[in-house]
Write a new protein. Structure first.
Length: 375
């Protein structure tokens, strides 16, 4: 399997490593800046580099393309890759809008190409453990789920794609996609209803040159935020959200209530966590993406931390970093599926377009009922 990667930052390097770990050959790398893509390709020992995506598709003739750029830059490269009949591995968000995501889903479906959508934190060891426990009936019928996280991101992070809706920014695109995928994998992916509220409590951010890698952007925060020569960019996306949803579960008689609460700029007091409550027990996982220790409440009527089963631990790729482990896990499933092997269901463009539709609905903030007259 030959893979062409689009993106030279943290995700681009991570995707390339993940596909190599799955046994594929990374034949090319594409980026915006010639000097950067050349340097990264050399560092990763990738033989071909370019700033022209169509030219790279024609030259490398890949079986698979990996889309590892910010969400606002996904639409055209994916459309070109579908036309070239490549299978597509795409990081979240799928695109910048529901309309474009639906279009790409339909195009991929019509061409018969396989797709993978990397809302992939559903593959942490504790989430896989929770899925097994819920399916075995350990908590009885699922009743409700809560996903709580507060990131306390630095407000002075330089202005970039994460601040702009049209570029795939916002906390719904880059946090909600993962927690939604986690909940769907554990209790069932049939979403019945949703209501939500978003808030932009940032406003603006300093414009700084030289930022390339998302993971090192904090290094570019200006030392003097009161410098009168600083230029500023205006945020147009949410930095906090509250979403309530109802899911249908095959092991629950009634819809399961789910709360997604995230504050991107808010400091946490207690642990970020994901909790699955049922009629006979509960599962608590530390961490905003459920990658910490798992505790169980059952017949003993007290919380006890459970060790991860050995077979689940052995299934987690032996690489550094939770994000990287999850990319590796999904890439392995994707490669096996393309080869015709039987694999468990994984997120595809079907989920990608559905998530983008949900995000567009939530961002409208049309869920409020005016009760001022009741005062």
């Amino acid at each position: 399997m030959k893979v062409l990667v689009h993106g030279t930052g943290f995700a681009g390097e991570g995707h390339a490593d993940a596909f190599r770990g799955a046994g594929a050959t990374v034949v090319g790398l594409v980026g915006r800046t010639a000097s950067v893509v050349k340097d990264v390709a050399e560092k990763l020992s990738i033989p071909y580099s370019s700033t022209n995506w169509q030219e790279a598709l024609d030259t490398c003739k890949p079986d698979i393309v990996s889309i590892a750029t910010p969400g606002g830059a996904h639409y055209e490269p994916i459309k070109q890759a579908i036309k070239a009949e490549c299978h597509i591995f795409c990081d979240k968000p799928m695109t910048h809008s529901a309309e474009s995501a639906v279009e790409l889903y339909e195009l991929a479906k019509s061409k018969g190409v396989k797709t993978a959508y990397a809302a992939s934190f559903r593959y942490t060891a504790s989430v896989l453990h929770a899925k097994r426990l819920v399916e075995s009936g350990a908590i009885g019928e699922p009743l409700e789920v809560e996903c709580i996280s507060h990131f306390n991101l630095d407000r002075d992070i330089p202005f970039g794609w994460s601040h702009r809706k049209e570029d795939g920014g916002g906390r719904l695109n880059n946090n909600f996609t993962h927690t939604l995928s986690i909940v769907s994998s554990v209790i069932g992916d049939k979403l019945l209803s949703v209501i939500g509220e978003v808030r932009d409590d940032l406003g603006r951010a300093p414009i700084v040159d030289g930022v390339h890698n998302f993971m090192t952007r904090r290094n570019f925060i200006p030392k003097n935020m009161n410098d009168p020569s600083l230029k500023w960019g205006e945020s147009n996306v949410e930095w906090s959200y509250t979403v309530m949803a109802q899911f249908q579960s095959s092991i629950a008689a009634k819809p399961v209530s789910v709360l997604f609460k995230h504050g991107g700029l808010i400091p946490r007091f207690n642990n970020d966590h994901i909790v699955f409550y049922g009629s006979e027990g509960a599962i608590y996982i530390k961490g905003h993406y459920g990658s910490g220790a798992l505790s169980f409440w059952g017949k003993s009527k007290q919380w006890e931390e459970l060790p991860t089963p050995a077979d689940i631990l052995s299934s987690i790729p032996d690489v550094k970093g939770e994000t990287e482990q999850c990319w590796h896990y999904l890439a392995q499933l994707f490669i096996k599926d393309i080869k015709g092997e039987v694999v468990k269901p994984y997120p595809t463009f079907k989920e990608g377009k559905q998530y983008q539709q949900l995000i567009d609905l939530i961002r409208k903030n049309e869920n409020w009922t005016d009760v001022a007259h009741l005062q």
